[in-house]
Design a protein around this ligand. Sequence first.
Ligand code: SF4
Length: 455
Amino acid sequence: MADESGHRITDSPESADVIVVNTCGFIGAAKEESVDTILEMAAFKKSGRCRRLVVTGCLTQRYPEEIAREIPEIDHILGSGEVAKVAAAIRGSEHTVDVAKTPDYLYDHTTPRPASQASFFRYVKIAEGCDRPCGFCIIPKLRGPQRSRPIESIAAEVDALSRQGVVEVNLVAQDLTTYGTDLPFDVDRPSDRPSLANLLRRIGKAPKGGSGADFLRWIRLHYTYPTATTDELLQVMAASPRVVRYIDCPLQHIDDKLLKLMRRGYTGKSVYAMIERARKHLPGVFLRTAFIVGHPGETEEAFQKLCDFVNEAELDHVGVFTYSQEEGTPSAELPELVPAKEAEKRRRELLRIQRKVAKKKRKELLGRSIEVLVEGQSEESEFLLKGRHAGQAPEIDGHVYLTLGESNPDVQLRPGDLISAKVTRGADYDLVAEVESVLQPALQKPQSRKLPVIG
Ligand code: SF4
């Protein structure tokens, strides 16, 4: 099916007339992957039918001239804010570099968005850009200052998705908790002020007297900032039935000296306090975070503090990244570099500690009935279906593998079904659960499949 501009999307680059590569450029590994992908796609100009290669995103925003010079196979280079120009770039015939100094693009609920995920979950971007001064981060330079969408635009998109059968919406922004601070508001009506709490007040419950289908059950937040994860926000989350008890809050470090060097504006003590407040307001909350190891100035002692924290805090999901030195950031000017080999050793050590914590956390779920969103067939076996519970975000937090109980031998499940299942086993990051009942059948039923029993 062709889109509004008359283009048809194909999965196979060898059969594409035009290839568009969307790049990432915020750390070394992402830059390398982006360049490899561009080169791989450029090869289809010789071996496939590709006659035009368009490259867009953060890497081209950061290095437009260098990329144009080094990879002459590229026909059109766009920056991260030139989304509206992609269709024209596809049709064009010139060699062009089109990169605004400060990106200002922001989509709204009227922008056509072909779905790139399964039909039952979506990412909804509520703001673009970032105004924070984190010392290691190049994102504010690549994405520009924060621009928030109005609450009504986000609500219109979310309501439409719910009617279309979307069960889970993942709200995304560089920092969700500063959402709305750049928008005007009526000083006489402070309760209408655009903020994450007010957005959740608007979309966190099913609309009253809403007409038509309403499938949305899970709203998930990526990412919050530790000091801006306020009591008000936590209370609104607790009072919003659609908002899952899941917080994705990158902490980056726990040592005060490191947090200062990173220009994060908080201390280790305030991180402990935030976690305590989150667990008080949202009992059973699932916490995800990310840390950077090997930042300049990270001594063995500071790293040990981080290890102790990971042991004590018992967070549900932890991502660990080695520091990537990015030119143009304050951290890149710092002395006391940590050798790459040492940083990698620390990354592995922190993940080893977290693996033990995760195992313990999974055990706590044994025997409990949980809601599971069925995703479809497992890659492990064509006879096995998998899903996620509310504490598992798409693509990053593991899965729940589903088995049938004796009381339910013939149940048919489909991607997008929301079910109840009882946890019977836990692995490091995954669970096995027995199907109990279907709580909400999926709107779209592309395939039916009888579930097998495993183990
Ligand atoms: S809040 Fe996140 S995106 Fe913004 S500067 Fe800090 S690390 Fe970068």
